[in-house]
Design a protein around this ligand. Structure first.
Ligand code: FAD
Ligand code: NAG
Ligand code: NAG
Ligand code: NAG
Ligand code: NAG
Ligand code: NAG
Length: 526
């Protein structure tokens, strides 16, 4: 019986082999479809890359900063499209749907799980690298910025026109505007002005049917969902109209470091009671790093004002830290951005160079996040510190970011981002390493999971909250096919708490067939 069965398989095998060379494979059909859909097919074809094009790899790698996603065993897109016109995006969506290909949208490529350029099904990347204009209107204090621009480009264009305007988003200059704002986006101004998503006043959006929508035509709920509900679920945001915020001409940046021998444990413990209640103008953080057998705690603050104003405040609120004038420096807000990137001696133009890597970021990394509602005891802190001196934690930084300020006063359902009042601080575990191969990675990933496990009783519970922009697939993910509401709710509640339900409702209306999807996209209710 075995022999004839084998023979019967031969035609099938041959057919499968041939389908790769015939113009009937899904991606050949997809490319053919694109050429039919474009009114200028010769210039559009210059924007389309398949593995046979010599520049495919450099285009793909151009914004893959996390080297663990560059290795050969990571699945690659069949096609990368770098549109320059809305019609190119519409054609790509249309042809992907028609030929059963998934699409991933990439702006700055910083997704911590690589979801903008990695998928386990045949897929196409829409790379917005050419949608990066920034238009700043100082008089009206607004800016239109396209999703493919970096935060560095946005900040540079604002600073070019005004020393006292800024935008409240992350300090790392290579991050893309598109993914960042989609997930909320916080930085050194968030205790004063809230998240990037809180400061969006209009958008240009493309839905699954290729319709272009703005704030008015998309309706309140979709405008709510795309300002914090995470990228890649609802459609493609092409551009954002931002409300710019005021910063003083002089800001102050201070850092004091203390080792365990210099009472770091007591000081971190004390900080938990103080930082949350500091004025909105202060951005207090602690970076914890293992060094040989000790831990160094770097107490940093950015203050919207002068050293002369800041020192008496800290002397009054946190005398134990012993902050002095020599720990601080005055600068413009844009210089504080360079400082946070470790490029303070470079000309501002470095912010326009999207191929210049942030020097303080390790080649490979994995992140996790937590929220803390009650101060952690010294014993609890020491348990984390002892793990930070493990060899596998060599290049890891754990950062505590104080909450409070305006975050306590914005309603939990104002945007999808629910982590507002009730949180003392957020923890960001940035597990980094120097090696780029997958064998070493496992050791560091294990350390990350072990440390996160240790923290369970010390942080928020039911759900254990997490921040979508610090994406972590360990907390739950969707299936490749159908995913039930109950399954998605596991990770969804952690990122969005009660707002998850409304995100599912919006998704069901705008993209009922779940075309825009990935491992942690909002599922529709079927
Ligand atoms: C070194 C580093 C530092 C960071 N620091 C901070 C920080 O201080 N504060 C903070 O809040 N976050 C921080 N992040 C996280 C960062 O905000 C997120 O990774 C963010 O999603 C990155 O945006 P992107 O455009 O670069 O990413 P991408 O990888 O391009 O996109 C991220 C997700 O959004 C989707 N997406 C991208 N563009 C669009 C679009 N135009 N429309 C719809 N969906 C889209 C993608 O498909 C993907 O699912 C940091 C990340 C890194 C790597
Ligand atoms: C193609 O169509 C788009 C709009 O659909 C238009 O903006 C563009 O100018 C057209 N290009 C050419 C070469 O006709
Ligand atoms: C990639 O190769 C195809 C087929 O040779 C060609 O039509 C297309 O223009 C190339 N793309 C780029 C960006 O050069
Ligand atoms: C650490 O704290 C102890 C007791 O509070 C104090 O005596 C000591 O001087 C402190 N050490 C440093 C380096 O500040
Ligand atoms: C850690 O120890 C190594 C040798 O064991 C030494 O070379 C290095 O300078 C030490 N690092 C710090 C920060 O003390
Ligand atoms: C941009 O940065 C890269 C990498 O650091 C560097 O090689 C290049 O010269 C820079 N380009 C400009 C124009 O500064």
């Amino acid at each position: 019986m075995k022999f004839p069965q084998c023979l019967m398989l031969i035609p099938l095998v041959l057919a499968a082999l041939f389908s790769f060379s015939w113009a009937t494979s899904p991606h050949q059909n997809f490319l053919h479809c694109l050429s039919l859909r474009s009114n200028d097919s010769s210039s559009f074809s210059k924007l389309i890359f398949t593995p046979t094009n010599s520049s495919y790899e450099s285009v793909l790698d151009s914004t893959i900063w996390n080297l663990r996603f560059r290795s050969a065993d990571v699945p690659k897109p069949l096609v990368i499209v770098t549109p320059t016109q809305i019609s190119h995006i519409q054609a790509t969506i249309h042809c992907s749907r028609k030929h059963g290909l998934q699409t991933r949208t990439r702006s700055g490529g910083h997704d911590y799980e690589g979801l903008s350029f990695v998928a386990r099904v045949p897929f196409v990347v829409i790379d917005l690298v050419k949608f990066r204009s920034v238009d700043v209107d100082v008089e009206n204090r607004v800016a239109w910025v396209q999703s493919g621009a970096t935060l560095g480009e946005l900040y540079y264009r604002i600073a070019e026109k005004s020393k006292t305007l800024a935008f409240p988003a992350a300090v790392f200059h290579t991050i893309g505007v598109g993914g960042h704002i989609s997930g909320g986006g916080f930085g050194s101004l968030f205790r004063k002005y809230g998240l990037a998503g809180d400061n969006v006043i209009d958008v240009q959006f493309i839905d699954v049917n290729g319709r272009t929508l703005n704030r008015k035509s998309m309706g309140k709920d979709l405008f709510w969902a795309i300002r914090g509900g995470g990228g890649g679920s609802f459609g493609i945001v092409l551009a954002w109209k931002l409300s710019l915020v005021h910063v003083p001409a002089t800001v102050t940046a201070c850092t004091v470091s203390r080792t365990l021998e210099q009472n770091a444990t007591e000081l971190v413990h004390r900080w938990q009671y103080i930082a949350h209640d500091l004025p909105d103008e202060v951005y207090p953080t602690i970076a914890l790093r293992g060094f040989n057998s000790t831990v160094i705690a770097f107490f940093s603050s950015m203050f919207l004002g002068t050293i002369g104003e800041f020192l008496p405040l800290m002397e009054h609120r946190f005398p134990e830290l012993g902050l002095t004038r020599k720990d601080c420096a005055e600068m413009s807000w844009i210089q504080s951005i360079l400082l946070s990137n470790g490029i303070q001696n470079q000309p501002l133009e470095i912010l326009l160079n999207s191929s210049s890597r942030v020097p303080i970021v390790t080649p490979s990394y994995k992140v996790k996040s937590d929220y803390v509602k009650k101060p952690i005891s010294e014993t609890g802190l020491n348990g984390l510190f002892s793990r930070l001196t493990d060899e596998a934690a060599a290049s890891t930084t754990v950062i505590l970011i104080a909450y409070g300020g305006i975050m306590d006063r914005i309603a939990k359902n104002a945007t999808p981002f629910p982590h507002r009042a009730g949180n003392l601080y957020k923890i960001f575990y940035d597990v980094g390493w120097q090696e780029t191969d997958s064998i070493h990675s496992e050791r560091y990933l294990d350390w990350a999971r072990m440390a996160y496990n240790y923290m369970t009783p010390l942080v928020s519970k039911s759900p254990r909250q997490a921040y979508i922009n610090f994406r972590d697939l360990d907390i739950g993910s969707n299936n490749i096919g159908y995913t039930s509401y109950a399954q998605a709710r596991i990770w969804g509640r952690k990122y969005f708490k009660d707002n998850f339900k409304k995100l599912v409702r919006v998704k069901t209306r705008i993209d009922p067939t779940n075309f825009f999807r990935h491992e942690q996209s909002i599922p529709p209710l079927y």
